[in-house]
Write a protein that binds this ligand. Structure first.
Ligand code: IMP
Length: 198
């Protein structure tokens, strides 16, 4: 079976193919499917936004489509920045500006947080499969590490005494929200394909 990835990120395409190839699933890019879809992420939950993206690409391509949506939820900020993680502080900020703002806003507050990722697949027949992964941690007092992206330098895993930016890609994938969501999604997709053999 062929799935279209609702994303322009080539790293996500490689990652998803690695995880799903053993199920006989081939994941192709929007360009491979001949579509170029811009979706406004107007939802207020990760579930809504991943569904919006997957549905739009499924409708444009006529093929099953998969999308993910993720972000950082800080308890002391009532779950913010959450679905607005990429837009936190407005369009003038880069990744470093966003995590600096977060450190600023968290002065004197509790530091518990979690990364969340939701992966959703929409089928042309109307079926939807969705899986959620979470990774609990703490917001560090200062950035540490050079790897990763986004909020990785300030996201601390207390048991490892390291931030996400201090882990190798393999170490991060083994515990990350996205790694967990993709593993849960692969399991659900395998069960779905088993039930829908023609
Ligand atoms: P998207 O779901 O790929 O659009 O990601 C949303 C935003 O959440 C990113 O731009 C990052 O700011 C943040 N984010 C999601 N996952 C991670 C991660 O694994 N590390 C650091 N930041 C992340």
């Amino acid at each position: 079976m062929k799935l279209v990835l609702a994303s322009k990120n080539p790293k996500k395409l490689i990652e998803l193919n690695e995880i799903l190839s053993s199920l006989g699933v081939e994941v192709c890019s929007e360009a491979d499917a001949g579509v170029d879809v811009e979706v406004e992420e107007t939802g207020t939950t990760f579930e809504e936004n991943s569904l919006l993206k997957a549905k739009a690409v499924m409708e444009a391509s006529g093929l099953p489509a998969v999308a993910d949506d993720s972000g950082l939820c800080v308890d002391a900020l009532n779950g913010a920045p959450g679905v607005y993680s990429a837009r936190y502080g407005g369009p003038g900020l880069d990744d470093t500006g966003r995590y600096r703002l977060l450190l600023e806003n968290l002065r004197g507050q509790g530091r518990t947080a979690r990364f969340v990722s939701v992966v959703t697949c929409c089928f042309p027949k109307g079926d939807v499969i969705s899986a959620r992964g979470e990774c609990p941690g703490m917001i560090a007092f200062a950035p540490m590490g050079e790897g990763g992206f986004g909020y990785d330098p300030v996201f601390l895993i207390p048991s490892l005494k390291k931030t996400f930016a201090q882990l190798s890609a393999e170490e991060k994938n083994a515990i990350s929200h996205r790694g967990k969501a993709l593993a849960a999604f692969a399991e659900k997709l395998a069960a779905y394909l088993n039930d829908h053999q023609e």
